[in-house]
Design a protein around this ligand. Structure first.
Ligand code: SAH
Ligand code: SF4
Ligand code: F3S
Length: 475
C-alpha cells in the first residue's frame, strides 16, 4: 500500500503485481504448492494464513510454478481489470496443467466467492474453488480434488477470523508484517463488491492480535500494519477479561508491545475515525503519523450516491481535525473518477478536495461497475470510458504535483527512518520510511547498520516518490 513509486495511472489492483513465496525446502513435503496473490493487503495476509494451513498438513511452498503440484491464485474482484488479470493468469496455468499430470489449480479469494461454482463452468481446468472464509477446509478440498472431484467451498462465516493460525510470512523483508485484525465489511458503499465477497464484519480476538505482534517483534520485525476494511469499527468483547476493546484501545496495546515496534493501520473510513484514535496516535511516538483516509469523491452529491455517509464538508473537517491533533500527519486517499452521473463540476470538486487535503499520495481508479452491487442495480454506468479516463488522468496529474510539493516541504528537515533494506537501485544505499510513510533513500556510509535499525536522516533532495538524504545520527 505505502509504495510511493508510481506515477502511472493506477487502474489495476493496489499492489498491481502478483507475488509468489519463497521456496521452502521441499524435502519431506508430500506436495508442493505455489501461491500467487492479487488485490488488497487482506488478500496477501490471507495467503500467509493459507500457507500456514497447508504447511501444517504437510504441503511445502515453492516459488517455482513449474515445480508445483498445486497452484493457488488468490484473487480480487474489486474492478473488472483485476478479474481480467486473473483470467489471463489462469490460461497460463492451464498450459502447465496440460503438461503435468496430476497438477491441481485452485482459485481462492474474492473472485472465487463472487463466481462460486460458475468458475468451474467458465474455467474448465480449475479444480478447487475456495472463498475467503473457508481456508481451513483447503486440505480436505485438495484431497477431494486429488480423487478427481471438483472441490468447492464458498461458505461465508460470521465468526471466522483465523485468530489461532500463525501466518507463514511469505516473501517478507523481515522488518514489516501485516496483521489482520478483522474481516468483512458492513458498509454498503454502492460501488463496492467487498461486502459480497468478504461477508459480514467481525473482529479478531484482541489477545491473539497482541500475541502475534509480540511474536513478530521477538522475531526481529519492527513494523506491523493492522489490517481491516474498516479498522475504526474494530470492537472486541473479551469475555474472560470482561473488557471491551475498541480500535483506539487496540492501537494503544499494540504500541505498548515495544517502543521499537512501529504501528500502522489500514483502512480508515472517514465516518468512523474518532478523536480517541487520533489522540492515541498523537500520544505514542511509535504509532505512525499516517492515515489512509479514502475520500472517493469530492462531491457531496456523488458521495451520497456512493453511500459513503459523509459530505464534502464533513470530510474536510475530518482532515482539519487530523492536522490539528497530529501536526504533520501524512494523509493519503483512494479516489474514483467517473462514478454514475458524475458531471464536470463533481469532478472539479474532487480536484479541489485533493488540493484542500494536500494528499501525500493517492490510489486512483476509474469507476468499474461490479455485478450485484447497489450501484449496478440502481444507477446507470453513464460516464463514457474516455471521460472516466481523462478525469482519472487529471486526478493523477494533480496528485503527482501534490506528492512532489509535499516532498519538497520536507527538504532540510530530519526524520526518524526505519531501515527496510537495501535500495533496489544501489547496494551502497539503504531504503526506509518515515513515520509519515515517505520513502527515503540514503547512503550507508561507514555506519554498521542493518535492516530493522532506526536512523535520523536529513532530507536533501527529492523526486515525486522518494526523498534522498544523509544519516545525521543513529538511534
Ligand atoms: N475498505 C476500503 C477500501 C477497499 S477497496 C475503504 O473503504 O476505503 C479499495 C479501493 O478500491 C476503494 O477505496 C475504492 O477507491 C476502489 N474501488 C472499490 N470499488 C471500485 C469500483 N467498483 N470501481 C473503481 N474503484 C473501486
Ligand atoms: Fe467497500 Fe465501502 Fe466496505 Fe470499503 S467500506 S470495503 S469501499 S463497502
Ligand atoms: Fe479485492 Fe477482495 Fe481485497 S475484492 S480489494 S481482494 S477484499
Amino acid at each position: 500500500m505505502l509504495d510511493y513509486v508510481t506515477d502511472k495511472v493506477q487502474d489495476e489492483t493496489r499492489q498491481g503485481e502478483a507475488y509468489a513465496p519463497f521456496a521452502n525446502d521441499p524435502n519431506g513435503y508430500k506436495k508442493r504448492f505455489y501461491i500467487e496473490s492479487y488485490g488488497c493487503q487482506m488478500n496477501f495476509a490471507d495467503s500467509e494464513v493459507v500457507a500456514s494451513i497447508l504447511n501444517s498438513e504437510g504441503f511445502g511452498a515453492t516459488r517455482n510454478v513449474e515445480e508445483a503440484d498445486l497452484i493457488f491464485i488468490n484473487t480480487c474482484s474489486i474492478r473488472e481489470k483485476a478479474e481480467q488479470t486473473v483470467r489471463k493468469r489462469l490460461t497460463e496455468f492451464r498450459k502447465l496443467k496440460r503438461k503435468k499430470k496430476g497438477m491441481l489449480v485452485g482459485v481462492l479469494g474474492c473472485m472465487a466467492e463472487r463466481l462460486k461454482t460458475k468458475f468451474l463452468e467458465e474455467e474448465k481446468l480449475v479444480d478447487i474453488v475456495v472463498g475467503p472464509d473457508a481456508y481451513r477446509t483447503l486440505p480436505a478440498l485438495v484431497e477431494e480434488a486429488t480423487g478427481g472431484q471438483k472441490a468447492v467451498n464458498v461458505l461465508l462465516s460470521r465468526d471466522e477470523t483465523y485468530a489461532d493460525i500463525a501466518p507463514v510470512r511469505l516473501d517478507s523483508n523481515g522488518v514489516s508484517a501485516y496483521v489482520s485484525i478483522m474481516r468483512g465489511c458492513n458498509n454498503m458503499c454502492s460501488f463496492c463488491v467487498v461486502p459480497f465477497t468478504r461477508g459480514r464484519e467481525r473482529s479478531r480476538d484482541a489477545e491473539s492480535i497482541l500475541n502475534e505482534c509480540k511474536y513478530l517483534f521477538a522475531e526481529g520485525y519492527r513494523e506491523v500494519t493492522l489490517l481491516g476494511q474498516n479498522v475504526d469499527s474494530y470492537y472486541y468483547v473479551d469475555e474472560v477479561k470482561n473488557e471491551t476493546v475498541t480500535f483506539a484501545k487496540l492501537l494503544e496495546q499494540v504500541a505498548l508491545v515495544s517502543p521499537l515496534l512501529r504501528v500502522r493501520f489500514s483502512t480508515s473510513h472517514p465516518k468512523d475515525i474518532t478523536d480517541e484514535v487520533l489522540h492515541t496516535i498523537a500520544k505514542y511516538e511509535n504509532i505512525c503519523n499516517y492515515i489512509h483516509l479514502p475520500v472517493q469523491s469530492g462531491s457531496s452529491r456523488i458521495l451520497q450516491l456512493m453511500n459513503r455517509t459523509y459530505t464534502r464538508e464533513w470530510y474536510m473537517a475530518k482532515v482539519d481535525r487530523i492536522k490539528e491533533i497530529i501536526p504533520g500527519c501524512g494523509i493519503s486517499a483512494d479516489i474514483i473518477t467517473g462514478f454514475c452521473t458524475e458531471e464536470e463540476q463533481d469532478h472539479r470538486d474532487t480536484l479541489s478536495i485533493m488540493e484542500y487535503a494536500q494528499y501525500d499520495y493517492s490510489y486512483m481508479f476509474y469507476y468499474s461497475e461490479r455485478p450485484g452491487t447497489l450501484a449496478q442495480r440502481r444507477f446507470k454506468d453513464d460516464v463514457p470510458l474516455e471521460v472516466k479516463k481523462r478525469r482519472l488522468q487529471e486526478v493523477v496529474d494533480l496528485q503527482n504535483r501534490l506528492s512532489l510539493e509535499s516532498n519538497k516541504k520536507d527538504i532540510g528537515k530530519t526524520f526518524k527512518i526505519l531501515i527496510e533494506g537495501e535500495s533496489k537501485k544501489s547496494d551502497t544505499d539503504w531504503k526506509g520510511r518515515s513515520s509519515e510513510g515517505k520513502v527515503f533513500v540514503f547512503p550507508k556510509e561507514h555506519y554498521a547498520l542493518q535492516k530493522g535499525d532506526y536512523v535520523l536522516v536529513r532530507a536533501d533532495e527529492c523526486t515525486q516518490g522518494t526523498l534522498l538524504g544523509r544519516i545525521t545520527a543513529i538511534q
